[in-house]
Design a protein around this ligand. Sequence first.
Ligand SMILES: Nc1ncnc2c1ncn2[C@@H]1O[C@H](COP(=O)(O)OP(=O)(O)OP(=O)(O)O)[C@@H](O)[C@H]1O
Length: 536
Amino acid sequence: MVLTSAGDLMVIRPKRLELPLWLVIPGLLLRWGWRAVWWCLRHPVATASTVFLLAVYVDHGWQGLVSLLVGVAGVSAVWRWRHESSWWTWLAGPLLGWFRRVFVYRRIWREAMTLCRLAAKYDHQTVLPRLLSVRSDPALDVLTIRMVRGQTPEDFQRVTANLAYAFGRRHARVYSEHPDDPPTRVGRWAWLLRLVDRVRFRDRPSVVYLVLVRTDALRTTVPPFEVPAVPDFTALPLARREDLTTWRLHLLATHVLVGGATRRGKGSVLWSLVRALGGGVASGLVRLWVIDPKGGMEFAMGRPMFARFACKSFEAMADLLDEAVAVMRERQARLAGAVRVHTPSVADPLVVVVIDEMAALTAYLQDAELRKRIAGSLGLLLSQGAGVGVLVVAALQDPRKEVLPFRDLFPTRIALGLTEASQVDMVLGDGARNRGALADQMPRWAKGVGYVILDGTPEPARVRFSYISDDEIRAMAATYPAPVDAADILAQVGRETADEPARPALPRQRSSGPLLPDALLNLLDPDRNRDGGEQA
Ligand SMILES: Nc1ncnc2c1ncn2[C@@H]1O[C@H](COP(=O)(O)OP(=O)(O)OP(=O)(O)O)[C@@H](O)[C@H]1O
C-alpha cells in the first residue's frame, strides 16, 4: 500500500498486483476463447450457418458460395411470390428482426433505456430491461423485452412516446400480452403446430412487447373493401391496421360510438360500415335507418340504401327513434323466453340506426320537449336494443357528458383525431391515452385514422378507415338498394305475442306471524301481549 499526501488530504492507493507477461497472455486467450464458445452456444443458428458456409467455401471455393447464394435467393423469391405471408413469418421476418436487433436496437439499448427512465439501480449497479428478441414484418418491429424485477407494463406504457422517438420512430405501442392471436391451425400437422403455439403464446408476466411502427402503413388512403355478399356481422371489414391486416368490426349485439373533431373523417367510418353492410341491405338482412341532422349533406347521396331517412325535421328524427323503440319492444315481447340474442334473418332483419352528429339531437336542439323525447328513446335503444337486433351507430364531435349523457352505454368506441387529451379517455374509456391512444396528436394528413380497442386486449390499435368517394357512394346506392318494402318493418309490430304459459299455483303457507321484530311491535302496541300473550 502506498500513502501520499496531497495538501491536507491523505490519498490511499492499494498496490497493484503485477503479473508476469507469460501468465497474462494465456489468461487473456483463455478468457476470449471461453467468450467465443459461450457466444456460439447462445447463437446456434448463426454458428451453424457460418460453419456450413465455411464448409462450402473449403470444398467448392468462391464459385460454390455464389451458386449457393443464387440458389437460396431464387427459392426465397419463389416462396415470396407463392405465399408471401409464410415467407415473412418463417424467413424474412426472423432474419430482418435479427439484423435490426443486432445493428439497430442493441447498439443504443443502454442509452435509450436510461434516458427513457427504465433503467433501475440495484446493489450499486445499473440494471436494464433485457431485449430478448425482435420480430419484424413488412411494417412493424415487435420487441420482446424482459422487465427489470419490480417493473410493470404500465412503467413502459407511460413512456411509450419517448420509446418511439428514442428508436427514431413516430409511433409505438406497449402490450402486456402477446400482440397477436395464435393462428387457427388446420391440416395433418395442426396438433403439432398447436402445441408449438401453446409455448409461443404462453402467458409471460415478466415480459412486455414493444411494437414500433417502422413503415407507417396508414399514411396512404385505404381503398374501399370488397362488399361481402352476405355480411358477417361479427367481422365487417372497415379499416386497415398498422400491420397491414384488415380491422373488422364486431357489430352484432353492440352499439358503436365514433368520436372525432370536425373534418377528421367520421363520415368515412360511417360510410365504410354502410358499405360493409351493402350485401345485407340489398338482400333484406339489414335495414339502415339513417338520421342526418346536417340536412342530408352527409347521407342524402346514399338514400336508396336506407329503409328510413330523416334529415330535415327534428320531429321526424324523434319519430324515427320512437319507431325504433316500437320495433325493439315488439321483438322483446316476441323473443322473450325463446332466445337471448336475436339472429338477423330476412323475416327479422338487423335494424341499424345510424346517427351523424348526435350532439344535434342530445344537446344543441332548442326544443326542450323534443330533446327530452329523443333522449328517452335513445336511452331505451342503447340500454335494451342490442340483444334484439336494434343497434345504434352514432358519430359526434364533442364527447363530454353534458353533450352525450349516455356515452357509457356504447360498448364499442372509435376515436378519430380529437382536439384535447382528456377527450381520448372520454371516448375510449379510462386510461386509453396512457396505453398509447394518442388521438389528440394526430397529424393533419391523418384523416380517417383512429384508435379502436381490440377484442380481448386492453391496448388500443391504430387503424385507417377506407375512404369512400362520392362516386363510390353513388355506385353503391345503385347496386345495393334496400328492397321496396324495407320501410315496412313496423307492420310487424302488430304480430301476436306469445301466450302466457300456464303456471301451477304456488302452495302458499299461511302467514305465521308479523314481519316486524317483536321488540318493535311491542313498542308500537304495548297492549299486544296483554290478553293473547305467550302461553305458559
Ligand atoms: N378515410 C379517409 N381517407 C382519406 N381521406 C379522408 C378519409 N376520410 C375523410 N377524408 C378526407 O377528410 C375530409 C373530411 O372528411 P369527413 O367529411 O368525413 O369528416 P367529418 O369528420 O365527417 O367532418 P364533419 O365534422 O364536417 O362531419 C374529406 O373531404 C376527405 O377528403
